[in-house]
Write a protein that binds this ligand. Structure first.
Ligand code: MOS
Length: 724
């Protein structure tokens, strides 16, 4: 099915199952420990062995020699795989560095070997017996130092703008020119990257934890230089991803190589201490923002430049993305600059681009409002735009930023906000902050197969994933709504490359795209049902397990009496996204308190108002947003990968050293969804919300801390040393 004109009325609009707060259908399996995560597929046949990955001890250089003899003789060891005996390997399209080093080393903790043994402990002990002799090269590990040599982005990352930014900024009566920094961040999801690999002849099956089944499958085949048809990738449950599992990582490749070498199924969990340096991370940014305003508060010029680093061949963190679209203003300039660094590979982490971009932009907007002596909500409202400011002929499909801000201000008690440093409660300085939330909505082609059994049961199969987001539930809700059956009649099977290729989970496109694919397959199944029943033409109504056309009605199971009915389709998209800018909006309000003696910052209240199209399941959507708000607090106050700039690695590499919020850090969180249905995005009329919830939170916290203390910190995370 192709979606290329705005959606009319359709069966989803009834909203009898879709749109209703619905607990996760996979919840009982998860809380009872029965949902098999990657390392827990105990039914994989064969006598499992265990792999342990050895990471490079240098960031850049060459492996001169690698002596595995002692490791091979150690108790229980079955094989040691290194670049010398791994066979010829390719590199996946989505990988910047190779997943197995040698002889070149491209980054710290890049895998140099995997030891396979009868037990995990034996593999770990033997890995310590491998002698690697490195020739270490110097590298570039400091973004600030590499910044002058950074290159302009190309393609969609190329500098863009309209009007004449430089002259308009120079002429503006009120000016802001500030620089903000965000640090490198690690996904640090609960479940580490993990894989069980099993070969049957030349066919390979991997049980893993991957957000994008089809990307992973293709890149695994490319890396192993084998036909994709001979690989199966299974990823039914994922214990968090945040973008860290968008791509094939070393656990999958090393498990596959180990299993081939040991001639046994092999389990590999990427050790937690390898995660920050072996996998991807969100790159640090340096962002310069210039805004020029007229005294009445209209933006005349807005410029945003962002510098970030990555390995050769990598990409810039697209931190200027929202600045192209969030506020009006006739003269605009954005530029992304990429410095080549020899740190581990940078890549997508939840809301790549907008998350760090808004951490900077929305402080700048707060600062500008103060220069203008305007309320920051009023300043944002005044500079709203209903069209793409770079292409005024292109409207937003739906844009309710102003309502989010105004609704939120009302609910939060924003009118009680005082000037900076004015509210004291004992030793606490208390303040409020606001930030706009913005994240683009992207649709991805997505397929599904739907089966109707003779007993009236419905089974949905798609390689879509559930990274903890609630996919199982919204997919079931969609099929139940389309076929007029109770939720309990629908079984959802996800995360298997044997199923139709879906959108996968990424870029907050998962919910809308994958359910739209299920919608398409259900449309086909409905046609089959009506045809099988021999009903004439007319509008079919599917309700209470029955289908009715005109005055004829039957149990839908009757259509499958002669055998199961199976329908498969893929939702594809035309150029609506070119004609209408598709984005999601919100407003974050935060109350924070800062201890005036110690500088300890505590978030006291949080509110998010989101405008993100139809909300398919308010329960799981709220969970997404409060999780994202929590992540935003971490981004504002805690998260930072500390770099050893001499040797080129991230120093803090576990959950003790990489701080994220705990329950004690998170106060009452409130989430409000505006009642929207965006007919330009898909028949579901829904958009993404999981990343929107993070976008802007960091700045809202920063602005609240400023309002509390009167001290402006422009360098994240806002730790107490920075008030000095
Ligand atoms: Mo998201 S960073 O695209 O998983």
């Amino acid at each position: 099915m192709k979606f290329d004109t705005p959606a009319g009325t359709n069966p989803i609009d009834r909203m009898t199952v879709v749109g209703k707060p619905t607990p996760r259908i996979d919840g009982p399996l998860k809380v009872s420990g029965k949902a098999p995560y990657a390392y827990e597929h105990h039914d994989v046949p064969g006598d499992h062995a265990y792999g342990y990955i050895l990471g490079s001890a240098v960031a850049k250089g060459t492996i001169r020699s690698i002596n595995t003899a002692r490791a091979e003789r150690a108790p229980g060891v079955l094989a040691v795989v290194t670049h010398r005996n791994a066979g010829k390997l390719g590199k996946g399209r989505m990988n910047t560095a190779h997943l197995l080093a040698g002889p070149q080393v491209e980054h710290y903790h890049q895998a140099v070997a995997v030891v396979v043994a009868e037990s995990f402990e034996q593999a770990r002990a033997a890995a310590a017996l491998i002698d690697v002799d490195y020739a270490r090269d110097g590298g570039r590990f400091d973004l600030a130092a590499a910044k002058p040599g950074a290159a302009d982005g190309t393609g969609s990352d190329a500098p863009s703008g309209v009007g004449d930014f430089a002259s308009a900024f120079a002429a503006a009566p009120v000016q802001l020119d500030e620089t903000y920094t965000t640090p490198d961040q690690s996904h640090m999801m609960m479940e580490p990257h993990a894989t069980i690999a099993r070969w049957e002849g030349d066919r390979l099956t991997v049980w893993t934890s991957n957000q994008m089944v089809n990307w992973g499958l293709k890149d695994l085949a490319t890396t192993l230089q084998m036909p994709a048809e001979k690989v199966r990738l299974i990823s039914p449950y994922i214990g968090g991803g945040f973008g860290g599992k968008l791509f094939l990582r070393a656990d999958v490749l090393m498990a596959a190589l180990s299993a081939r070498a040991a001639k046994r199924p092999v389990k590999v969990a990427l050790q937690r201490p390898l995660m920050p340096n072996n996998t991807t991370h969100r790159p640090a940014t340096i962002q310069r923002i210039r805004i020029g305003c007229t005294p009445d508060g209209k933006i005349a010029a807005i410029g945003h430049e962002s510098w970030s680093g990555d390995l050769e061949g990598g990409e810039a963190e697209a931190a200027t993305q929202q600045t192209k679209l969030l506020y009006a203003g006739p003269n605009r300039m954005t530029a992304l600059r990429l410095a080549v660094l020899d740190l581990p590979e940078g890549n997508a982490m939840r809301a790549p681009g907008e998350a760090p971009g808004l951490m900077a932009l929305e402080i700048a907007i707060d600062e500008m409002a103060e220069k203008l002596r305007m309320d920051p909500v009023a300043f944002r409202v005044l500079n709203d735009t209903q069209v793409d400011p770079e292409k005024p002929e292109r409207p937003f499909s739906e844009r309710n930023l102003v309502r989010c801000l105004q609704d939120g201000a009302e609910r939060f008690g924003w009118s009680r906000r005082k000037a900076p440093g004015q509210v004291r409660e004992g030793r606490w300085l208390v303040g409020m902050g606001v930030a706009a939330a913005f994240r683009n909505n992207i649709n991805q082609k997505s397929g599904a197969r739907v089966r109707l059994s003779p007993a009236g049961g419905v089974v949905v199969e798609t390689d879509m994933t559930d990274i903890g987001t609630g996919t199982y539930t919204i997919v079931a809700q969609t099929a139940a709504e389309m076929l007029g059956v109770p939720l309990a009649k629908v079984e959802v099977r996800l995360g298997d490359s044997a199923f139709p290729v879906s959108a996968g989970s990424g870029g907050q496109w998962g919910a809308n795209s994958s359910t739209a694919g299920v919608y398409a397959a259900c449309v086909k199944l409905r046609e089959q049902i009506v045809q099988k029943l021999g009903f004439g033409p007319g509008d079919a109504v599917f309700e209470n397990g029955h289908v009715q056309v005109g005055n004829r009605s039957a149990d839908i199971a009757d259509a499958a009496r002669g055998g199961e009915l199976v329908a498969e389709d893929t939702m594809e998209y035309g150029d609506l996204a070119k004609r209408f800018q598709q984005s999601t909006f919100g407003a974050h309000f935060v109350e924070a308190a800062v201890d005036r003696y110690t500088g300890e910052a505590r978030v006291r209240r949080m509110l998010a108002v989101c405008a993100a199209g139809r909300i398919l399941n308010p329960t799981s959507a709220r969970s997404q947003v409060i999780g994202a708000m929590t992540m935003g607090v971490g981004g504002a106050l805690m998260e930072e990968l500390a770099i050893d700039k001499r040797f080129g690695f991230f120093v803090n590499h576990d959950l003790a050293g990489y701080e994220v919020p705990v329950h004690m850090d998170i106060p009452h969180q409130e989430v409000v969804f505006l009642d929207e249905a965006d007919d330009k995005v898909s028949p579901m009329k829904a958009k993404g919300v999981g990343e929107l919830g993070l976008c802007g939170v960091g700045a809202a916290v920063a602005n609240a801390v400023y309002n509390a203390t009167g001290i402006r910190v422009r360098e994240y995370p806002i730790t107490l040393d920075k008030y000095l």
